[in-house]
Design a protein around this ligand. Structure first.
Ligand SMILES: CC(C)(COP(=O)(O)OP(=O)(O)OC[C@H]1O[C@@H](n2cnc3c(N)ncnc32)[C@H](O)[C@@H]1OP(=O)(O)O)[C@@H](O)C(=O)NCCC(=O)NCCSC(=O)C[C@H](O)C(=O)O
Ligand code: MG
Length: 295
């Protein structure tokens, strides 16, 4: 499982060239913001977008929302300058696009160290090319700075020459391979974006599917989708209450010298207690994030 209970139910992309969006991010109820220098920013606007992001992060006011900056690929004309500018900016994570090998992650790790990045600046990897998906485990194990894998289903569908379908059958294997790799190496993982902003029911269905597959949350492109992602990927009040009952009932059984207990007709063992503790920890982390959302 992910090494921290840091909430990542909703991770909203915003172009670094859009200062209105960067400002609006301070008041939106997203768990994390992905300040983008890559695909959402035109080549002529890259340098100004980089300055906007450095200034926005320095100005603060984002509360406990996770601040992630998606840099350009290290092989592009902008990638290395992005990393140099962001390494000590105060961002929480650098998101590297189109990762295809451990070596690519380790190159970013080396550049961050050379630029004096703090130890708690984490690396996230976009999983969005056929080669990257086939190397998911190698990538997930590449660095102790890694915190999260981020699905890039739009690039993936394009590279596969596949089709976006309501059931996402064409990308299901890739989604599950990446969830397996993330969990095997203690990383978080968030699902790809839903491009059709007019399709609320399709978006909700994709959130439910992502939750069922094991994702921690979803990447988003518009603020109007944050609430649904938070609802689907967060535990409900009923689930939190149930988790507390499981922990309590099992604790009482252990105190009485038993290893298992039957609660509401269902067997409760250690593995259920572990899952229940995770639910409670997630609920507490969400409450702390929301309490500190104003800054
Ligand atoms: C898609 C958009 C261009 C739509 O923008 P807009 O026309 O401004 O929408 P609205 O008028 O409905 O906006 C209402 C208010 O909300 C603010 N807003 C909108 N989007 C964002 C946002 N993403 N972050 C913050 N704030 C946002 C507007 O400013 C309005 O505010 P106000 O002025 O107060 O009324 C736009 O939503 C957008 O640019 N979205 C992000 C696109 C993006 O970042 N794309 C790249 C990432 S996705 C990707 O790369 C996929 C991956 O790599 C893969 O391969 O799958
Ligand atoms: Mg992409």
């Amino acid at each position: 499982m992910a090494t921290t209970a840091r909430p990542r139910r909703s991770m909203l992309y915003m172009p670094g060239s859009n200062t209105r969006a960067l400002d609006k991010g301070r008041s939106l109820p997203a768990d994390g913001l992905i300040l983008d220098l890559e695909d959402a920013v035109a080549p002529d606007a890259k340098a100004a977008a980089r300055e906007n992001i450095v200034a926005a992060v320095a100005a603060g006011g984002y509360g406990r929302r996770e601040l992630v900056v998606r840099v350009n690929g290290l092989e592009t004309a902008w990638g290395r300058d992005d990393v140099a500018a962001l390494a000590t900016s105060g961002a929480d994570a650098i998101l590297l696009p189109k990762v295809e090998s451990a070596a690519m992650v380790q190159e970013l790790e080396r550049l961050l160290a050379a630029a004096g990045a703090p130890a708690d600046l984490s690396i996230m990897c976009m999983m969005e090319t056929p080669r990257g998906i086939l190397k998911a485990e190698e990538i997930a194990a590449a660095s102790t700075r890694l915190s999260c894998l981020v699905m890039g289903t739009s690039d993936l569908v394009k590279d596969l020459d596949a089709v976006h379908t309501p059931d996402r059958l064409p990308v299901l294997t890739a989604l599950s391979l990446c969830v397996l790799a993330a969990r095997a190496h203690g990383l978080a993982i968030v699902d790809g974006v839903h491009l059709d902003l007019s399709d609320d029911e399709g978006f909700a269905a994709h959130c439910r599917q992502g939750r069922a597959l094991g994702f921690d949350g979803k990447t988003l492109i518009h603020p109007k989708t944050i609430a649904k992602a938070n609802e689907v990927f967060g535990p409900s009040e009923a689930q939190i209450a149930e988790a507390r009952r499981i922990i309590e009932a099992h604790g009482a059984a252990v105190a009485a010298g038993k290893g298992v207990v039957v609660l509401d007709g269902k067997l409760v063992e250690n593995l259920h207690v572990e899952a229940a503790r995770r639910t409670v920890a997630q609920a507490e982390a969400i409450a702390a994030l929301e309490a500190g959302a104003a800054g």
